[in-house]
Design a binder for this molecule. Structure first.
Ligand code: G4P
Length: 536
């Protein structure tokens, strides 16, 4: 039975969809696990870690992830807490996968930026933060590992402002830092929550909050801490005050201090985060902005991932529902083929298992079985034939000439390359100007080459020969005064075709791009290519 408007409204209002971004090792897996623990999605901490290592045992393409301490794949998990229905999107931590992160963030309505208290803002935090900024989504900061050596909290606030360029507003404030953590003061409730160390975070922490002006606080905490807290609170009063509108516009980041591994500060964070983050946001389409409560189902594909389970060789397309309600057995219009498709075997992901989806609403992420028809950015709708905004393609910066080591494996090679190109991990080009046909792969971060090599070997049984090329920039020819072969270019520049047969120019440096423009009046170049055919 179709959902009534009333049900849709109720379900949309309680949905929250967000991603956690962090530098590797800041504690993203730990925090995710604790959120699932509070959400009742897992019974004891350790399941997610265990799942991580199980995966290593069964799927050795995760080896790269293990060796590098990075998360290459990203998935979506969901749980319930306090009446909210939450979708967490996992993002890869390594900057070489920032394009993947960008796509995931397109599906999110907010981001949690996790920072290691001792390390502050790290390289990948900066890169991932910038990606969040491109979408103007609200960003919440969780300063983790307060139980250990930590930077001064004021210094951390300064760092966030000077390095990332966003103002912060602490919602709670640590008492005793740098290995002497005593607890936090919640500025919104005036309660002090004392840190006891817990039982290493296996269970949820009991709350023992003491009002700041309660004499009992003096029995629980040394005078020195209380005095310092008052001084620091006075200083904070002079700073940014909390402004929900600015938070939602991504101009002010609410800041929380805690220790994910001991669960300390996780629940207070989650409660406030859920209150301050917006319910599912509208998305832009070619027929205008589409809100979550439209009376038809629609959404877009933001991630494609094959062979997540090597035993099944399946290919999943992850979809963000933008409007309406999903019902089992639905048949909807698909922008990629222009035809109706049945949404096959839709799944949602729990901490350690997949579940068939019976119903889902705007804001939710569902995984669809993909027989090879979906492409990144495709729209699905059972209302108007609309197209959601294209997900931009980042320009590759590294190029390798690639061929199969064994020419008999050409078919597997091609299949694997096509798959990875469709997932958006690589872009392919062919070049003939050197007199022979050269096949090239371009990537945004060099680690993608390792993923390519590894996945082709393990999933397609094709060994690769890769030779780095000196190009670092690609430009799509959008207008040319003469045939591309006759353009005047420097000797180190190249000409090639992309996977759709469009002309591209390859350059070693910015200088040769400028020279190409100067030497060929009327030449027009674009930094990125449209993903979709209709935009060509
Ligand atoms: P990541 O996904 O961001 O890469 O980080 P992950 O959660 O795997 O955490 C990295 C390390 O930091 C882990 O230690 C984890 O236990 C530790 N950690 C996470 N949160 C906290 C915290 O609040 N306080 C302290 N002191 N440590 C924290 P590990 O030794 O690498 O792994 P494990 O032996 O705990 O499995």
């Amino acid at each position: 039975m179709p959902a009534t408007q009333e049900t849709l409204h109720r379900e949309v209002e309680r949905r929250r969809t967000f991603a956690i971004i962090s530098h590797p090792d800041a504690g993203k897996t730990t925090l995710t696990e604790k959120l699932l623990l509070y959400g009742g999605a897992i019974r004891s901490a350790g399941s997610v870690k265990a799942r991580k290592s199980d995966k290593h045992a069964t799927s050795d393409w995760m080896d790269i992830e293990k060796q590098r301490g990075i998360s290459v794949t990203s998935s979506a998990m969901q749980f319930e807490f306090d009446g909210y229905h939450i979708n967490i999107l996992d993002t890869p931590g390594h900057q070489d996968f920032s394009e993947d992160t960008y796509r995931v963030l397109v599906a999110a309505d907010a981001a949690v930026m996790l920072i290691d208290a001792a390390k502050g803002v790290e390289a990948q935090t900066i890169k991932l933060f910038k990606v969040c900024r491109m979408r103007n989504i609200p960003i919440f900061t969780f300063v983790n590992k307060m139980d250990r050596a930590a930077k001064d909290p004021f210094a951390l606030m300064d760092e966030i402002e000077s390095v990332l360029g966003i103002r912060s507003c602490p919602i709670n404030w640590p008492i005793g830092v740098d290995g002497d953590f005593q607890g936090v003061y919640h500025r919104d409730t005036n309660l002090v929550e004392l840190y006891t160390g817990g039982d290493h975070g296996k269970r949820m922490v009991e709350k023992a909050d003491i009002p700041l002006d309660d004499p009992a606080l003096h029995d629980a905490l040394n005078e020195g801490y209380i005095e310092r807290l008052h001084e620091e609170l006075d200083l904070l009063e002079a700073g940014e005050s909390f402004d929900l509108e600015q938070v939602r516009a991504g101009q002010l980041t609410p800041m929380f201090f805690g220790s994910a591994v001991t669960n300390f500060g996780v629940e207070p964070f989650l409660e406030r985060f859920l209150r301050y983050t917006p319910p599912p946001l509208p998305r832009r389409s070619d027929i205008g902005e589409i809100g979550p409560e439209e009376n038809y189902f629609s959404g877009f594909i933001f991630k494609i991932q094959a062979n997540m389970n090597p035993a099944h060789r399946d290919r999943l397309a992850f979809m963000r529902i933008v409007s309406g309600a999903f019902e089992k057995g639905m048949e909807v219009w698909h922008s990629g083929t222009g035809k109706p498709v049945a949404l096959k075997q839709p799944q949602q992901f729990m901490a350690d298992e997949r579940e068939a989806v019976e119903e889902a609403y705007a804001g939710d992420i569902i995984g669809l079985f993909d027989p090879g028809i979906y492409q990144l950015g495709d729209t699905l709708s059972d209302g108007p034939k609309l197209h959601y905004e294209d997900i931009p393609v980042f320009a590759p910066e590294f190029f390798n000439r690639v061929r199969p080591r064994d020419s008999m494996k050409r078919k597997q090679f091609q299949k694997g390359i096509n798959q990875l190109a469709e997932e958006g991990a690589i872009q392919t080009f062919t070049r003939t100007e050197t007199g022979r046909e050269e096949f090239m792969v371009g990537v945004v971060g060099v680690l993608q080459f390792e993923v390519l090599e590894h996945r082709l070997r393990t999933e397609y049984q094709a060994e690769l020969v890769m030779e780095p090329m000196n190009f670092h920039h690609v430009r799509w020819v959008t207008k040319t005064p003469k045939p591309v072969e006759e353009l005047k270019l420097t000797s180190t520049s190249g000409r090639a075709k992309d996977s759709r047969g469009r002309d591209v120019l390859l350059f070693e440096n910015e200088w040769s791009i400028r020279l190409a423009m100067e030497n060929n009046p009327g030449l027009e170049l674009a930094e990125t290519a449209a993903r979709k055919a209709e935009e060509e």
